[in-house]
Design a protein around this ligand. Structure first.
Ligand code: FES
Length: 76
C-alpha cells in the first residue's frame, strides 16, 4: 500500500510529491517531473496553481498540517 504525503506549510503553500500530470480546463496535459511541487493556497500567486512565494509579501496566515493519502488496494 503506497502512502502519499501532502504537506501544508504554516503560513505558506501546499507541497505535494511529484512527478505530477496537470490537465487544464481544455484537456491539455502537462507533466512536471519535479520531486516536489508547491501549490498556492493563499490565492495571490501570479502563477496559479503554483506558489510563487507571494504569500510571504501579503502576510498570509494559515496553520500547518500533514495529509496522508492512502491508496486502497483494488480487487479486479
Ligand atoms: S501560497 Fe505561495 S503564493 Fe500563494
Amino acid at each position: 500500500m503506497d502512502e502519499i504525503i501532502i504537506e501544508i506549510r504554516k503560513n505558506g503553500s501546499i507541497k505535494i510529491p511529484g512527478p505530477i500530470k496537470i490537465v487544464d480546463e481544455e484537456g491539455n496535459e502537462t507533466i512536471l517531473e519535479k520531486d516536489r511541487i508547491s501549490l498556492c493556497r493563499c490565492g495571490a500567486s501570479k502563477n496559479k496553481p503554483f506558489c510563487d512565494s507571494t504569500h510571504r509579501t501579503i502576510g498570509f496566515e494559515g496553520p500547518a498540517a500533514t495529509i496522508s493519502l492512502i491508496q486502497k488496494e483494488r480487487s479486479e
